[in-house]
Design a protein around this ligand. Structure first.
Ligand code: FES
Length: 145
């Protein structure tokens, strides 16, 4: 092999190396790990097992829980119905609560009030809380985020 042949092979080899992408990154949607609940059924699903003591309050009409890791509030609105809304007030981000007597979600910071659909009832907030579908099957709530 001549010096020229060697240089050509190195250059060809170098070209081959350059053609191979050094970094291939995927663009898959990030999956959640620990969700602060009982389980994830997929990227957009969050499940709550009502037999879990952490969620015992949801077994009573008027009970609610705030799941900080998901930034949602889940309430038992009675008659085996559940509501899940974004828990951060759209005014300045305080955490809303649930008022079972009036079936609405007040914000303790500046008294905004949201309906059970998340709509603004009273300001200063002007934007509704996001609402998430909740399905109940047996003792498991599945919330589609
Ligand atoms: S942060 Fe909720 S009303 Fe201001």
């Amino acid at each position: 092999m001549t010096r020229r042949d060697l240089i050509q092979k190195v250059l060809i080899g170098g070209t081959t190396v350059l053609v191979v992408p050094s970094v291939i990154s995927s663009c898959s949607k990030e999956e959640d790990g620990d969700n602060g609940g009982n389980g994830n059924t997929g990227t957009n699903k969050f499940t709550i097992n009502l037999t879990d003591q952490n969620y015992a309050s949801l077994n009573t009409a008027g009970g609610f829980v705030v799941i900080a890791t998901k930034k949602i509030i889940v309430a038992n609105t009675g008659n085996n119905a559940f509501v899940a809304l974004a828990s951060e007030c759209t005014h300045e981000g305080c955490t809303v609560t649930y008022n079972a007597t009036s079936n609405n979600f007040p914000c303790p910071c500046h008294q905004s009030l949201f309906s059970s659909t998340g709509a603004v009832v009273n300001g200063p907030a002007t934007v509704a809380l996001k609402s998430y579908p909740v399905a109940k099957e047996g003792n498991v709530l599945t919330i589609t985020l």
